[in-house]
Design a binder for this molecule. Structure first.
Ligand code: A2P
Length: 261
């Protein structure tokens, strides 16, 4: 008889589902007692397919002290996983991997004063975990989270998230006025319009936060979005003199592609 694979995903129960737009939804799963992760990491997650599991990388969107695990997902109508995953209901089972990994972690950055978190769309998910982590506020004087979406309705998740962090009994007091949240859209009427790359290049971002332009001496950056967004934002970081870091070689900025499909 074949032995049980110790790395096989576990079956977790859906505790909550919330649909934000026709393109995005969030859900919560039970957390195995042995499941440990660092804020900002991702995990393989999915559903059983006809023959084998369909698993994709998902950033964990809840803090490491939470009893449950939160996720924020795109819905792709013909996506192999999300076409099905978007239909989950409370009580359903979802497969959860055992090995959280990733580079959007404090360990991959050198000490600094300002921490920027640039996200587009569901790329905000890893930052949902990080902005609830007390270490972030212990290590940095200022935390600037940005989320840019095509349409204004897609910004609702981030707005709820930031409100909940500010009112959180555990971290709310530490957050104080250290956390700034900048939102913009690219295809809808909205007070701030433009891609994050444009807001950085024109300096509008720094006007909005009433701060100085990027400075490698003081600034650390985490980036999460589409392939194009991460590459274009990375180029701007390098232009500003920041160097890319990793778990084994911490530096000034780190990047991760948000999962699509
Ligand atoms: P835009 O509407 O101008 O393409 P997507 O859903 O395609 O991932 O886009 C999410 C957000 O990311 C949109 O606001 C989109 O702007 C923006 N975006 C797309 N490509 C880039 C890029 N190369 N650099 C910065 N932002 C981008």
């Amino acid at each position: 008889m074949a032995g049980k694979n110790p790395n096989a995903p576990t079956e977790e129960t859906v505790l909550a589902v919330k649909h934000y737009t026709d393109k995005t939804f969030s859900f919560s799963l039970t957390r195995p007692a042995s499941f440990r992760f660092r804020s900002g990491e991702f995990i393989m997650l999915g559903l059983m397919g006809e023959k084998k599991p369909i698993l994709r990388a998902y950033s964990i969107a809840s803090p490491s002290w939470d009893e449950k695990l939160d996720f924020y997902s795109i819905k792709v109508q013909d996506g192999p996983l999300t076409s099905k995953l978007q239909k989950i209901k409370i009580g359903d089972k979802v497969l959860l991997g055992k090995k959280p990994v990733g580079t959007l972690v404090l360990d991959a950055l050198l000490p600094g004063k300002r921490l920027f978190m640039f996200s587009t769309g569901t790329g905000i998910a890893p930052f949902a975990s990080l902005i609830k982590d007390p270490d972030v506020y212990e290590n940095f004087d200022e935390v600037i989270l940005t989320n840019t979406c095509r349409e204004a309705g897609e910004l609702a998740y981030g707005k709820e998230l930031v409100d909940s962090v500010r009112n959180d009994p555990l971290v709310g007091e530490m957050v104080g006025d250290k956390l700034k949240f900048i939102t913009s859209t690219t295809r809808d009427d909205y007070p701030v319009k433009g891609r994050i790359t444009t807001l950085i290049e024109t300096g509008e971002l720094f006007d909005l936060i009433e701060g100085e332009p990027l400075n490698p001496e003081t600034d650390r950056v985490m980036i999460c979005g589409s392939m194009d967004m991460t590459l274009d934002t990375k180029a701007l970081m390098e232009k500003a003199g920041l160097q890319e870091g990793s778990n084994s070689n911490p530096a000034d900025f780190v990047i991760e592609k948000a999962f699509v499909g």
